[in-house]
Design a protein around this ligand. Structure first.
Ligand SMILES: NC(=O)c1ccc[n+]([C@@H]2O[C@H](COP(=O)([O-])OP(=O)(O)OC[C@H]3O[C@@H](n4cnc5c(N)ncnc54)[C@H](OP(=O)(O)O)[C@@H]3O)[C@@H](O)[C@H]2O)c1
Length: 253
C-alpha cells in the first residue's frame, strides 16, 4: 500500500491500535479521520494530534454506518482507505452466558456487522479512487480461538474469512485488502488493565507499518506470524494449550 497522500478513515481510532495507526499515518502526510462512540475520547485524540478529523459514530448501528458514508462522501470525497479497527472483547463462560445475550449480540454487531457492512458501503467509492485499500484488524485469535473469549474469537474468524473473499472480489477493482492479526497488545481492549501483559503498542504499530511498506497483505506480529504458517493440527493444539493454561490460572472462570 502507498503510505502517503491518502485520505484514511479509521474506526475506533481514538485509542489503542487505531490511534497508534492514526499517529503514524499523520506522520506520513495522510489526511486521517477517526470515529468512535465516546466524544471525549475523540476530542482527547484531537487535542494530541490537531490535524485529526473526528466524528462520533457507533459502527454497530446500521443508521450510523449509513450516515457516516454520506458524511464522508460530502466532506472527504477523496477517501481511499478504510481501516476497520473498532472492536470489543468479552469473556464468556458458555454455561452461564445466555442471560447476557444482549452483551454478546453487541460484540457480534461491533466486530462483524460493522466491518462487513462498512466494507460493502465504501467499496464502490474506493473502487473509483487510486491506491485504495481496506485494512481489516482481525486477531491472532482468528486463527487459534481463545476459548475464554469464544464469541470474540468467532467474530475475528468471520472477519478473516470475509477478508479473503473481499480481497478476491475487489482485486479487479484495484482495491487492496490487507488483514492485520494483532496478538496480545497493551491497550484497553476488554477493559482498562486487562491487556497490560500484552506487547508494547508502539513496537506492534511500527512492525505493522513495516509490513504495509513491504506490501504484505496478511500482517502478523510475534505469535500470529507463526500461526499464519502453522498447520490445522498445530493451530488446534495451540488452542488447547492456551485453554489449559488459562483454566489452570483462572479457577473462578
Ligand atoms: N489489544 C489486543 O490485544 C488486540 C489483539 C488482537 C486484536 N485486537 C483488535 O484490535 C482492534 C483495536 O483494539 P484495541 O486493542 O486498540 O482496543 P481499544 O483501545 O479498546 O480500542 C478499541 C476502539 O474501538 C472503539 N469502538 C468500540 N466499539 C465501537 C463502536 N461500536 N463504534 C465505534 N467505535 C467503537 C473504541 O472507542 P469507543 O469505546 O469510544 O467507541 C476504541 O477507541 C480491535 O478490533 C481488537 O479486537 C486487539
Amino acid at each position: 500500500m502507498k503510505l502517503s497522500g491518502n485520505t484514511i478513515l479509521i474506526t475506533g481510532g481514538a485509542s489503542g491500535i487505531g490511534l497508534a495507526f492514526a499517529e503514524r499515518f499523520l506522520n506520513n502526510d495522510n489526511q486521517v479521520i477517526i470515529i468512535g462512540r465516546r466524544k471525549e475520547k475523540l476530542e482527547e485524540a484531537k487535542s494530541k494530534f490537531p490535524k485529526l478529523h473526528i466524528r462520533v459514530c457507533d459502527v454497530s448501528q446500521e443508521k450510523d454506518r449509513i450516515s457516516l458514508v454520506k458524511w464522508i462522501k460530502g466532506k472527504f470525497p477523496t477517501l481511499n482507505v478504510l481501516v476497520n479497527n473498532a472492536g470489543i472483547q468479552q469473556r464468556a463462560n458458555i454455561m452461564n452466558a445466555a442471560d447476557n445475550w444482549s452483551d454478546y449480540q453487541k460484540e457480534i454487531s461491533i466486530n462483524v456487522d460493522g466491518p462487513i457492512h462498512l466494507s460493502m458501503l465504501f467499496a464502490p467509492l474506493l473502487a473509483n479512487q487510486d491506491n485504495s485499500a481496506i485494512i481489516n484488524v482481525s486477531s491472532g485469535l482468528a486463527l487459534t480461538p481463545g476459548v475464554w473469549v469464544p464469541v470474540y474469537s468467532a467474530t475475528k474468524a468471520a472477519i478473516h474469512s470475509f477478508s479473503i473473499s473481499l480481497r478476491l472480489q475487489l482485486e479487479k477493482h484495484n482495491v487492496e485488502v490487507i488483514e492485520i492479526f494483532p496478538t496480545a497488545i497493551n491497550t484497553d481492549l476488554g477493559g482498562v488493565g486487562v491487556h497490560t501483559f500484552g506487547a508494547p503498542l508502539d513496537d506492534f504499530a511500527d512492525s505493522v507499518f513495516e509490513g504495509l511498506k513491504k506490501g504484505d497483505l496478511e500482517i502478523g506480529y510475534r505469535e500470529s506470524k507463526e500461526r499464519l504458517k502453522a498447520s490445522q493440527k498445530e493451530l488446534k493444539q495451540g488452542a488447547r494449550k492456551a485453554w489449559d493454561n488459562f483454566s489452570a490460572n483462572s479457577p473462578d472462570f
